[in-house]
Design a protein around this ligand. Structure first.
Ligand code: SF4
Ligand code: SF4
Length: 407
């Protein structure tokens, strides 16, 4: 794609990067076929190719208004278009650049600004989120059914395995997961402990930064990334072999630290090392010898919902399903498994109509074979799907942990 970016923009890091990415796009439109918002809304500007044109216009300094912002807001950042694109267009990075420019140039309504500010402050803050969640759980019986369904029931965390192995890995506990679903990281720690690996928690680390990144809040994103790097670095130097992430959305983000901080004179090198050490849980478990666990699969019928961040963001599609088959389960096939469930960070709050349509479609396909349990690999998808189904939605590691018979 030819670009005409004025020097004032082209000579900035975003301008150069945007230009590089835009030039790869040959506007073939293959990506539209796999874009969930294009499929639902049928508007070229709600598909990747249309959004790429809008971002090109922004970079070329052409006039833009709230319509531009609306079409960019409606993007789920699911990156299905990246998986489809034959030219290797890094749409996710281009979208971040476009959203950054659009935030600077186009003033949002007061209500929108307050909502986005609040989401960017509360969700990534573990303490604030926990207080709000506990308040919601306390008043749950008094709330309207739709609102009550969005508040998960209280979960109790059990004891974390003690430090006892030579092999050590760090875990990103994240922001919302410890409050919403403490059982996921605990199950991870117990399975890894049984495999001879101690999982180390680092309380000084927190949100990966993805929530603020999706809201185009660059300063807050950078602050989260740098705080995590500072918190992890001494343990990396002490020999921790990996940073394990149990939420694929967060894993996608941490794997991008090296890219996002590539121009930072202080953090570039450390960020690249952190990204290099970052592993989704499946990348850790699939490499270990599981025979010592004597896993005894039960008879339950299972289905796996592959989060976009796992299959498109990290290109790890099919890996969890393969592991589940290896240990004796038979996950049901899922129609349109490449499409987003609608959760997508804060998307389910900010674009609830589209998100709910996507969830309905996803649940229809996930439950076609009447499973006893739905498995996933990302807390956002887990919570969002669970709000609309009585079938338990679990992280896949919990299924392994429940079948654990350590020999
Ligand atoms: S992003 Fe890729 S698939 Fe989409 S129009 Fe551009 S080159 Fe084609
Ligand atoms: S990231 Fe997802 S929603 Fe956004 S343009 Fe690409 S396929 Fe469509």
């Amino acid at each position: 794609m030819q670009t005409f970016i004025p020097d004032s923009i082209k000579n900035t890091p975003e301008g150069q990067e945007g230009d590089r990415i835009l030039r790869k796009c040959v506007h073939c439109g293959f990506c539209s076929a796999t874009c969930p918002t294009y499929q639902l809304l049928g508007d070229e500007l709600d598909g990747p190719r249309g959004r790429i044109y809008l971002i090109k216009n922004l970079l070329e300094g052409k006039s833009a208004d709230s319509n531009t912002q609306r079409h960019l807001d409606r993007c789920l950042t699911c990156r299905a278009c990246e998986t489809t694109c034959p030219s290797g267009v890094e749409y996710g990075h281009l979208l971040d650049i476009g959203r950054g420019i659009s935030e600077e140039r186009i003033l949002r309504s007061f209500k929108d600004r307050i909502l986005r500010y609040g989401l960017g402050k509360i969700i990534p803050d573990r303490k604030w989120f926990s207080v709000l969640l506990k308040t919601g759980q306390f008043f749950r019986p008094l709330l309207p059914p739709k609102l009550a369904a969005s508040i998960p029931e209280k979960k109790h965390a059990q004891a974390w395995p003690s430090v006892r192995h030579r092999r050590k890995m760090l875990i990103l506990e994240g922001c919302v997961q410890p409050a919403l679903m403490p059982s996921t990281n605990l199950a991870t720690a117990r399975v890894l402990d049984a495999l001879g690996i101690t999982l180390v928690r680092v309380p000084e680390a927190g949100c990966c930064g993805a929530v603020n990144q999706h809201l185009a809040q660059t300063e807050a994103t950078m602050a989260h990334m740098k705080r995590n790097i500072d918190a992890w670095w001494p343990l990396i130097e002490a020999g921790c072999e990996a940073i394990v992430i149990t939420a694929s959305g967060c894993g996608t983000m941490v794997k991008d630290y090296g890219y996002l901080l590539r121009n930072d004179p202080v953090y570039a090198e450390k960020a690249a090392r952190i990204s290099d050490l970052c592993r989704d849980l499946i990348e850790v478990i699939e490499k270990e010898d599981l025979s010592c666990l004597s896993l005894k699969p039960d008879q339950r019928k299972i289905v796996f919902q592959s989060p976009c961040s796992l299959q498109h963001g990290q290109k790890l599609g099919g890996r969890v399903e393969a592991l589940l088959k290896q240990i004796g389960y038979a996950p049901s096939p899922v129609r349109d498994s490449h499409l987003c469930c609608g959760s997508a960070g804060t998307y389910s709050i900010l674009q609830s109509d589209i998100a709910e349509q996507l969830r309905d479609n996803k649940l229809k396909h996930l439950t076609a074979d009447q499973p006893d349990v739905i498995l996933t690999a990302n807390i956002g998808c887990q919570q969002f799907l669970q709000q609309k189904t009585a079938i338990p939605v679990l992280h896949w590691i919990e299924l392994l942990e429940r079948n654990l018979k350590i020999s």
